[in-house]
Design a protein around this ligand. Sequence first.
Ligand code: ZN
Length: 492
Amino acid sequence: MSTLDALKAHVREIAALEEVARVLSWDQEAMMPAKGAELRAEQAAAVEAAIHRLSTDARIPDWIAGAPAEAAPPDRVTLREAARTHARATKVPAELAAAIARATTLGQGVWARARAAGDFAAFAPTLARIVALKRDEASCLAAPDTTLYDALLDDHEPGMSAAGVEAIFAPLRAGLVDLRGRIAGSPRPPLRVTGRFPAEAQMALARRLATVAGYDWDGGRLDLVTHPFCSGVQGDVRITTRISADDPFNCLYSTLHETGHAIYEQGIDPALALTPAGRWASMGVHESQSRMIENQIGRSRAFCTWFHPALVETFGDIGLDGPDALYGAINAVAPGYIRTEADEVHYNLHIMMRFDLERALIAGDLAVGDLEAAWNDRFAADFGVGVPSPAQGVLQDVHWSVGLFGYFHTYTLGNIFAAELFAAMGRDLPGLEEAVARGDLGPAISWLRDRIHRHGRLMAPAALIGAAIGHPPTEVALLDYLNHKYGALYGV
Ligand code: ZN
């Protein structure tokens, strides 16, 4: 066996174990009984330790050195990623990696109970432990000239730095605050959905939406969780949603969002399965696929032409007399507490707040004990209203409880990429709106499959998006999209 073949077999085993970890994590959220948490933490730590052992194998550098200089593109990615993950894994001691896996697995349960009780103090010691472990991890990883936070950020958006994020966030923030101010001065009352929305009917329509958005049911399933997510690769890509009794859009748009993630995974070239090139390009690119299906398409006036009759067929009277009323209702702009329920104008302001707070936590400039007060102060300053309870404030997101720091900004990058891709798609597909109005997302999905999905990680994130849109991505397309859409809706 050549050294390259040996490396590929080894990397394949690591990839398979990473999928085991993902199935365990999906099970924990969707299926596992509450008493299983302690055992699951041990299982997760054991899988993590096995991955760490394989990733730090001393033969990896020799295999890389022995590989031919001219390798095929997927093998080039294997060599690059193997070098990167080996360097990363050897810098982080096995005991620290296992401690993080155990703390974050248990952290999730502690967070969920604290959130249900509305008690930040019940979560604070656990979060302080996780922050300390993540700071230790970042100290192992950070290059001499980079910050601890940049070291964590690189995991989710390779090639991006906190300074790079700030350079995009500053002009975006100014544009969003301006648009929000104009909307707040508009006299148009937001329309609201009313009616009866039985859980089974919501799930039936959610399944229909996923089908319309191109989800392959032979390679997936839909389940209920607290915090919807998509998990898996290739032939096993699972989506989740949640039910709100008086707001069907919570379930339906969560489903559309996760389906956008899922069709990305399902659309990666099968020939790349279980290789480093067969994974998503970055979390920002991943989020662009979910946002595109949820917002640019799912909340468009064209989609309402198909969606309104489907809603009436499912629920009867929904208090909205046609596609125009539906379009107004699903795009109502109002400052709310919850990020995942935020409208497109406010959403990125939620992200910018988290980006600043978690950067201060990792830098050591903000103590976990002061986090709740810092959150509430910042929210009042940015949104003009006080936070009524921790569940609607600092405890609302799962991310920090599972050790995800340096991740939140990828949501906004996703919005930026989605707006850029949608503008390019509109130029390439003159009949796009008519197709969407018929509930035919085929042309849009084919376009995404060709430009984004099938390539997996063969290209770096910025290069992948740049090749699809013909120029480097900026915040301008997102501001243009929002100004055009909400300017017309609110007459501002
Ligand atoms: Zn998402």
